[in-house]
Write a protein that binds this ligand. Structure first.
Ligand code: DGJ
Length: 734
């Protein structure tokens, strides 16, 4: 191509104009999605993959495709497949129009691209039904450097009367390939994020949740899709995706007759038809994905960088190390015990003490999980001097004070339930069913939204020195029925959607008034972890299972989607048989905290924790703000290894853990190949977190080039005597 046409194409690109009205190109720094209008004004997906160096090349991709088969009208690769006309596949959109007609056609009308600054652009495509004038906007937000795409849609009813949305996807993608492997996750309380990988065969595979509030418990709203064989850490084509939605979701993977894959992602339409009034607009949740042709690790780095920069609340900020009393005391505490724990936090250098469940309820004291939830006054027996006395005592000792709440839920044995039965999600004419002895409040009701916001707000009004909040949500939704929707003659099928919208309205208000307070997203363990909620939270609780060995596996899986700065990891007594060093080392791979009685530790153990906390602080640039590399898989190796590298590549840390207890797997015979360093820089290696008088087996005098460490590797010498090894790698300037 000559210089003039190159300049012309560059101009088109920067002016955000497409090559022709028929072609829409959506590009990040490395990848592209290409859409093209056909003769029936249907917008088709024609390409998904690495970018072309010459924009002109995208023009003729569709000429090679043969989806319009003779004597058949259907099309597999529509950008937002409607239903009731030519479509015979799983639809993205299904509407019952006001006259009872179930068919929708979508014709391309226009598109506009906007540069939003800060490396972000937004493409809006308008599609319209030629008969019913339903207007669908498809949004494609591109985070250029991170290669992350965010997609959602809005549906506008332009009829005179209400229509019913029966299916309303966020995104509808099309992948052309030979084979597709899906890694999906399942779990239960204490065993969240269990991966399963399998080949997608023809037909439809559906992943979904119907739990209402905490989908991550059984099936997280995330998946990994490998194109062309199962992707490895550093090789393979892989899509890593997540629905930013804290409620029911649904992913359809349809392997079609061309052996290609249709992906439809969005809120679950199960029991959730949405009645949309004239001129009203419905907005879907946002679907977030990144793509890499360099394997899973690069995809995770993309996602983690994106979430720190653009999504997680204060994702590029700092965090507090924390001591929680839940595992140490459960409901059984009083002021004296709490002050003793605050003293212990102070003794080893922890930033904040967090008072967990059990501090409230008087008529129905919260002494177990069967009563008191919803009654947010301080329990007079346990804490006669109130919370402010505790905050004062903590602050006097130089420790910040945090508190646990679960404002969306209620025990039937509570004053809240007695006084506001109509606020509770329950069937009026059926038996109640409980999850952890509690019920969910109806956040579709604005009065309930005010109440939930008030629980948070009042704490701060009454105790100005609260510095941290843990927001729990233990119950799923049974008996989905809203008294509020019934009273307002709105369909019950709106409840699942309006619950989540109501929750976000509350969290929006919380963040408007309290932008700086760190808030942990907790849900009976890792029940609610998603990028919808995480825009309001600084961190999440991955699981109530804090067994260090299990947490290595969980962290490994969560790390595909979420960065370490957001993953609270606490040292507890769940597996007391592991040494305190092993437990602290494992907790240090995330956002370090403790949930034990520190005064039950020996002097050596306390000394170790103190030093480990200082070491952790010195590693924050790598662990919190750096890139993570999964070096050795715990599922496949007796030794697991994880590395963090700061953005400047001057400092790094490698954590290695003995996973297997089997004879002769105790020794790391082979070096581990480090990653992410600068091949030209020279580094020294120091072993940190050594317990008491332990002498390192590492030669700390030697220096290594980044190239050496990445090409030949380094042996951390993990053995049955050295079950966890933490290596700090620093650049030395000669
Ligand atoms: C479930 C949480 O995951 C725990 O950490 C703890 O806060 C309990 N709830 C309290 O009831």
């Amino acid at each position: 191509m000559d210089i003039r046409s190159t300049l012309f194409l560059c101009c088109l690109f920067f002016l955000n104009i497409s090559l022709s009205q028929d072609l829409i190109i959506i590009e990040s720094s490395e990848y592209a999605i290409v859409l093209k209008k056909d003769s029936l004004k249907r917008l088709q997906h024609v390409y998904f993959g690495s970018k072309a160096s010459n924009l002109n090349e995208y023009r003729s991709i569709d000429k090679q495709l043969r989806y319009e088969v003779k004597d058949a009208a259907d099309l597999p690769n529509h950008v937002y497949t409607p239903s009731g006309t030519w479509n015979t596949s799983e639809p993205a959109l299904q509407i019952l129009h006001s006259d009872g007609n179930p068919s929708t056609e979508l014709e391309y009308k226009q598109h506009i691209k906007k540069n939003l600054g800060d490396g972000v652009s937004l493409l809006t495509v308008t599609l319209v039904d030629p008969i019913y004038k339903t207007e669908v906007l498809l949004f494609y937000k591109v985070y250029h450097e991170e290669n992350v795409f965010e997609q959602w849609s809005t549906i506008k009813n332009n009829e005179v009367q209400a229509i019913e949305l029966k299916k309303y996807a966020s995104a509808n993608l099309y992948f052309r390939n030979n084979d597709f492997f899906l890694t999906q996750y399942h779990g239960a309380w204490g065993s969240e994020m269990q991966p399963e990988t399998h080949l997608l065969t023809s037909g439809i595979k559906v992943l979904d949740s119907k739990l209402g509030t905490r989908s991550n418990l059984y099936a997280p709203p995330n998946f990994i899709l490998s194109l062309d064989g199962i992707a490895k850490e550093d090789t393979g084509k892989v899509l890593l995706a997540s629905l930013a939605w804290s409620g029911n979701y649904r992913f359809d993977f349809e392997k079609d007759r061309f052996n290609n894959l249709r992906l439809i992602a969005g809120a679950n339409n199960f029991a959730a038809e949405y009645k949309l009034g004239a001129n009203q607009i419905f907005e879907t949740p946002h679907f977030i994905y990144t793509y890499s042709e360099k394997g899973k690790n690069q995809a995770s780095i993309n996602m983690q960088r994106w979430s720190r920069k653009y999504r997680i609340h204060e994702g590029e900020g700092d965090r507090l190390t924390l001591l929680n009393n839940w595992e140490a005391t459960h409901f059984n505490f009083n002021e004296k015990k709490i002050v003793a724990l605050i003293d212990q936090a102070k003794e080893i250098g922890i930033d904040v003490f967090l008072l967990d469940d059990g501090w409230f309820g008087n008529k129905y004291p919260r002494n177990n999980d069967r009563a008191g939830l919803g009654d947010w006054e301080v329990n007079q027996n346990k804490l006669p001097n109130g919370l402010s006395n505790l905050t004062k005592k903590a602050n006097k000792r130089g420790v910040k004070f945090g508190i646990w709440i679960e404002p969306e839920m209620v025990n039937p044995k509570s004053e809240l339930y007695e006084n506001h039965l109509d606020w509770v999600i329950r069937q009026p004419n059926r038996k109640e069913y409980y999850y952890r002895n509690q019920l969910v409040l109806d956040l579709s009701n604005p009065e309930v939204q005010n109440h939930v916001f008030g629980v948070f707000d009042n704490l701060f009004i009454e105790n100005s020195n609260i510095s941290f909040v843990k927001w729990d949500a233990n119950s799923i939704i049974y008996n989905a029925y809203s008294e509020y929707l019934a009273r307002n003659k709105l369909p019950q099928s709106h409840l699942y959607y309006e619950y989540v919208k109501g929750l976000y309205k509350v969290l929006e208000r919380v963040r408007e008034k309290y932008p700086k307070v760190p808030i942990m997203l907790c849900s009976g363990g890792g029940g609610r972890v998603d990028y919808g909620a995480l825009q309001y939270f600084t961190e999440f609780w991955p699981s109530d299972n804090t067994n260090a060995l299990d947490r290595i596996f969980m962290h490994w899986e969560y790390s595909h989607f979420y960065p370490a700065i957001a993953m609270s990891s606490h040292v507890t007594n769940w597996n007391k048989e592991s040494s305190i060093k092993f437990r602290v080392d494992v907790a240090s791979i995330g956002k370090l905290g403790f949930d034990i009685e520190i005064d039950k530790l020996s002097e050596e153990e306390k000394e170790f924790c103190k030093q480990a906390l200082l070491n952790y602080k010195s590693l924050q640039k790598s662990i919190w703000h750096g890139d993570m590399y999964r070096l050795q898989d715990p599922y496949e190796n007796p030794i697991a290894s994880i590395q963090y590298v700061n953005q400047e590549k001057t400092s790094s840390v490698v954590f290695s853990f003995l996973i297997s207890q089997r004879f002769q797997t105790f020794y790391s015979n082979e070096p581990i190949l480090f990653k992410g360093l600068d091949p030209k820089k020279i580094y020294e290696i120091e072993e940190i977190n050594l317990f008491h008088r332990e002498i390192t087996e590492i030669n700390q005098e030697a220096t290594y080039s980044g190239e050496y460490l990445m090409k030949f590797g380094f042996n951390p010498i993990v053995t049955d005597k050295r079950k966890s090894v933490v290596l700090k790698i620093n650049e030395i300037t000669l």
